[in-house]
Design a protein around this ligand. Structure first.
Ligand SMILES: [Fe+2]
Length: 266
């Protein structure tokens, strides 16, 4: 029956958690900002079906940070799927989340839809890359259910978002990804984190969707690193059985700690 109903997803991205419960990113305690966003998600999206965590789960790649996230997400009572970002250690993340409420699947069937999760991280680098093996697996996964409307999730943005400092550390081989997707009309959207801001565009009928972080926000259109006064948030997606997507952003009312916009990096 679930094949015929709209699937509702929550994209929760870039929480940048620390082992230290008081750990902060430019003055914002990231456990508190995450808590605010999860409370909002719980209040607004009681009917959600699953949660996608699109990387930078931890700032210090510590087991304690990952376990904290698993505990908090577990309280949502929904399936939670994660992929790593440049601040994560994918191996430590997998170890720490093993047998937790958060899994790290390559693909998930979700009613008529298929969700595919890619690891775009490069060890020791801020920017991203899709390895040949990941692209081969993506092609094989798409070929296995060619009629299924599909969303592809990854951490790094595959297109410029208009912020030169951020675009220098986006996905460095988007042409390889698009060469594959251009022959796969079943892919309806690419959904990513990393940019800490709302972003929405379209390429050849494929939705390109970025999300706020659950902590600090980057100023849209800025040449250099700059914080934005927009508050932490998440993206919701409604995946309809006919392949259409409705989506939007919800944000917390405010920051738990005073916001200092003068931060020059993170
Ligand atoms: Fe991030």
């Amino acid at each position: 029956m679930s094949r015929h109903v709209t699937q509702r997803l929550l994209q929760i991205s870039d929480p940048h958690l620390f082992a230290d419960p008081e750990g902060d990113l430019l003055g914002q305690r990231t456990r508190l900002t995450l808590e605010g966003v999860l409370n909002l998600a719980r209040a607004n999206s009681g009917a959600a079906d699953r949660v996608l965590l699109t990387g930078d789960l931890s700032q210090d790649a510590s087991p304690a940070a990952y376990r904290y996230l698993a505990d908090r997400c577990g309280r949502l009572g929904l399936p939670c799927h994660a992929l790593p970002g440049n601040h994560d250690d994918p191996a430590e993340m997998a170890r720490s989340l093993d047998a937790s409420p958060i899994d790290m699947p390559h693909e998930v069937d979700c009613g008529p839809w298929r969700l595919i999760l890619l690891d775009s991280t490069l060890a020791g680098r801020e920017g991203g890359h899709l390895a040949a093996g990941s692209l081969r697996r993506l092609a094989a996964t798409l070929a296995a259910r060619p009629q299924a409307p599909t969303l592809v999730f990854l951490h790094h943005q595959p297109v410029p978002v208009g912020s030169p400092w951020l675009d220098e550390i986006g996905l460095n081989n988007p042409e390889d990804l698009f060469a594959l997707l251009d022959h796969q009309p079943q892919v309806r959207g690419l959904v990513f984190g990393h940019i800490h801001q709302d972003f929405s565009a379209e390429r050849n009928g494929v939705a390109l969707l970025g999300a706020p972080s659950t902590c600090i926000q980057f100023r849209p259109g800025s040449q250099d690193f700059a914080l934005d006064a927009a508050t932490p948030g998440y993206r919701w997606l409604e995946l309809h059985p006919d392949g259409r997507i409705d989506t939007g952003i919800e944000r917390s009312a405010d920051y738990p700690d005073p916001l200092d916009l003068s931060g020059a990096g993170y």
